[in-house]
Design a binder for this molecule. Structure first.
Ligand code: PLP
Length: 398
């Protein structure tokens, strides 16, 4: 008899399982469109020049690695505030945003979830249907009941916005609504600026709590453009949560750099919120790691490096858009009759292809093209060398 006799085997993470299957595949033409990672046109994970320059400068003046403050590097937190809200914005200037460095965007979500559980223990959480699967798991593990609001309509290959609004309207006051600030994962469909206004109006009228997950700022239409939605929530006078991830936008996946920002009513309230966020952090992992945060702070706070980052991020964004167009054109050329132009109206790293589970399995087994069973494909992993094979493979299973 062991302490662990009754411990059940947890289900495998579907994406990581897909990665293992991909690694074991001997097909020389295999393509991994499963995981949400940006690869360059050579199929390589980029190491951004701005990151290399910041690291080089750091190496030239090596620093000892003391503990960071619980809420992270001050210059990092202020750079995050600038990026998310605008450095000159009223919320930042008045000191009513509490920002903490977090272990990736996931860490930002988790700190926010744990803090919310303390202040609103009976609230329910709504995530989009479908959503990034970890949203459900993070909030459930923080002790919340998690439901969904309508989002994607497979029949029309678009957003069921009426359904979304109706579900938000029907939610009880205090319900925490997790919203994708831009580049919705997994569908690739974002609501319009006008629809955001309607969502904000419902959030305000019903007393809901908006938790905006911004894992892809800069991958949609631009850094400021993607961040604009945050400003709209702030302008509506709402207390919001925003999680930030630099995993994709800095190609710093393994450094685990992210943040959580909470908008309070005034400076004094923000200080109280910050003190509670620090307790959540302190009792989980004490304080964040140094390197990734230092790199991002160095880039964002140096005008030259920041300009270089913006250029490199734009390069990633533009390349993804080109790949979307090539995919649409290539599918047509490969004989696909149905209109696939919806792929170019989607935004960010993913495309909900509309393919069935059976078709996705055939793509894997017959062509070595790996996407998720839900039909999600990471278009940021397409390149000029693999696009023809992917188009032919999809054409063959459609
Ligand atoms: N939120 C969404 C919607 C994501 O897609 C991801 C990553 O895939 C994250 C959060 C987590 O980001 P990070 O890797 O920085 O924890």
């Amino acid at each position: 008899m062991s302490l662990f006799s009754a411990v059940e085997m947890a289900p495998r993470d579907p994406i990581l399982g897909l990665n293992e299957q991909y690694a074991a595949d001997t097909n020389p033409q295999k393509v991994n469109l499963g995981v949400g990672v940006y690869f360059d046109d050579n199929g390589k994970l980029p190491l951004l020049k701005c990151v290399q320059a910041a690291e080089k400068a750091m190496m030239e003046e090596p620093k000892a690695r003391g503990y960071l403050p619980i809420d992270g590097i001050a210059a990092y937190d202020s750079a995050v505030k600038g990026l998310v809200f605008g450095a000159d914005s009223e919320v930042v200037q008045s000191g009513r945003v509490a920002t903490v460095q977090a272990i990736g965007g996931t860490g930002g979500l988790k700190i926010g979830a744990d803090f919310l559980k303390k202040i609103s223990p009976n609230a329910k959480v709504l995530i989009s249907n479908p959503s990034w699967e970890n949203h459900r798991a993070i909030f459930q593990n923080a002790g919340f009941e998690v439901g969904t609001y309508s989002y994607y309509d497979a029949a029309t290959r678009s957003i069921n916005f009426d359904g979304m609004l109706a579900d938000l309207n029907a939610a009880a006051a205090g319900t925490i609504v997790v919203l994708h600030a831009c580049c919705h994962n997994p569908t690739g469909y974002d609501i319009t600026a006008e629809q955001w206004e309607q969502v904000i109006a419902v959030v305000k009228a019903k007393g809901l709590v908006a938790f905006l997950d911004m894992a892809y700022q800069g991958f949609g239409h631009g850094i400021a453009e993607d961040g604009a939605v945050i400003g709209k929530f702030v302008a509506a006078g709402l207390n919001i949560f925003v999680s930030t991830s630099f995993s994709k936008s800095f190609s710093l996946y393994g450094e685990r750099v992210g943040a959580l920002s909470v908008v309070a009513n005034d400076k004094e309230e923000a200080a109280r919120v910050l003190s509670q966020l620090k307790i959540v952090i302190r009792t989980n992992y004490s304080n964040p790691p140094t390197h990734g945060g230092a790199v991002v702070a160095a880039v964002l706070n140096n005008p030259e490096l920041r300009a270089l980052w913006e250029e490199e991020l734009a390069g990633m964004r533009v390349r993804i858009k080109e790949m979307r167009q090539k995919l649409v054109d290539g599918l047509k050329a490969a004989g696909v009759q149905q209109d696939m132009s919806f792929i170019t109206t989607q935004i960010g790293m993913f495309s909900y292809s509309g393919l069935s589970k059976e078709q996705m399995i055939r793509l894997r087994s017959e062509f070595g093209v790996y996407g998720t069973d839900t039909g999600r494909m990471c278009v940021a992993a397409l390149n000029s060398k693999n696009i023809d094979h992917v188009c032919k493979a999809i054409a063959a299973v459609i």
